[in-house]
Design a protein around this ligand. Structure first.
Ligand code: BGC
Length: 368
């Protein structure tokens, strides 16, 4: 190699670390009703992320381990057909119009009560049976990523007002950023989040019970037998819900504890200590065999930590492995579940003329 080549090499490396993520688009078949679906690839020197317009879902995230070897760290399927057939896991999707639960699917705005069809133990989960995760969004390339748009009509799944939701996925450095924007034509309730299941050892590589989790939250919101918050903010101190210090997910998951019994493991909302201060940490996760770390920061007040309790071996993923209980975990940044019926929880009401903005950032690193 000549000096000139070497210098040019350095210049290229230097430039590529600042370079924008490459974005490409491909057709990904059609839904059962004939709607064409696309898949976008966002990639830079650190991450390669696949996102489909079906449910605005994250299909794959390739991130390096401590030796620089890349693996896909989210659960999901090879084909659109499999995503369409799965009505229960919400793999990688944007859930809405109201992510998480609304008690009995009912809420009242300005004296009028609205009903969302029930799909989970007498409650509405993730926006009802045909929520945002099952809709085909419209994709548009933007710098470093893709913007997904969904226009949810007035009355969609019982919700009032035409809601225009935009979700921007961008790959920047070691991070996948998600920006949420929404406007409405009538007062409505909104809670948008991403429902990716992570396994930092790699998709299909056993359970996440050895992953070490930290969540800066002194309180969580306990639930009733149907997983609706009781309204109480309970201290995590002295309970298996205390992740203030990094602790293995599996360390206490089988403890005798009424709340763990209800969810079949962790499936609860933590009230983040940093809420209200712009981007703050929701969680940090470390997986020892790969060295991979995941840091989640968000502008949202809460995070649903779900340990994949309802995965039961009936679904087979991208790498031909059946997903057993605890095969992946979700960190769904959010407003609190059932906030429309819980006066003590921060409001999820969105009115005409207002714009909802929120941001969540997933950063992938390694620990030596
Ligand atoms: C819920 C779980 C539910 C899962 C669906 C989570 O957000 O809290 O109870 O089973 O989504 O896969």
């Amino acid at each position: 190699m000549t000096f000139k080549q070497a210098v040019l090499g350095v210049a290229v490396v230097f430039m590529s670390s600042l370079a924008q993520a490459g974005v490409t688009k491909a057709d990904w078949g059609k839904t059962a009703d004939g709607t064409p679906v696309q898949i976008y690839t966002l990639s830079n020197e650190n991450l390669t992320v696949l996102i489909t317009t079906f449910g605005a879902r994250v299909v794959s995230i390739e991130a390096p381990d401590r030796a620089g070897k890349k693996a896909d760290v989210v659960l999901g399927y090879d084909s659109l057909k499999e995503y369409e057939a799965d009505k229960s896991t919400y793999f990688g999707s944007i859930v809405g119009r109201y992510g998480n639960r609304i008690a009995k699917g009912a809420f009242t705005i300005d004296g009028k009560t609205y009903h969302v069809p029930l799909n989970n133990n007498g409650n509405a989960l993730h926006g009802g049976p045909a929520g945002f995760s099952s809709k085909v969004w419209v994709g548009k390339e933007i710098p470093d990523g893709v913007e997904m748009t969904l226009v949810s009509p007035d009355g969609d799944m019982g919700f009032p007002g035409t809601l225009t939701a935009r979700v921007r996925y961008t790959v920047e450095g070691k991070s996948l950023k998600i920006n949420y924007i929404a406007t409405t034509t009538k007062a409505t309730v909104v809670n948008l989040t991403n429902h990716s299941y992570f396994n930092l050892a790699g998709d299909g590589k056993g359970t996440i019970l050895d992953h070490v989790l930290m969540m800066p939250a002194d309180f969580y919101t306990p639930v009733d037998a149907t997983q609706i918050p009781t309204g109480e903010l309970a201290p995590v101190k002295g309970t298996p819900f205390d992740f203030l210090k990094p602790t293995a997910i599996g360390a206490r998951i089988n403890d005798t504890n009424e709340q763990l019994k209800i969810g079949g493991g962790y499936d609860h909302n933590w009230a983040l200590n940093g809420a209200g201060d712009g981007l703050h940490v929701a969680a940090k996760v470390y997986e020892a065999s790969s060295g991979r770390t995941l840091t989640v920061t968000t502008t949202q007040p809460g995070v649903q930590f779900y340990s994949g309790n309802f995965l039961d071996g009936s679904k087979t993923g991208k790498f031909g492995v059946t997903y057993q209980k605890y095969a992946g975990f979700c960190l769904e940044t959010q407003h609190f579940p059932d906030a429309p019926n819980q006066p003590k929880f921060a409001s999820t009401l969105l009115k005409p003329g207002e714009t909802l903005h929120s941001e969540t950032v997933f950063t992938f690193g390694v620990q030596k």
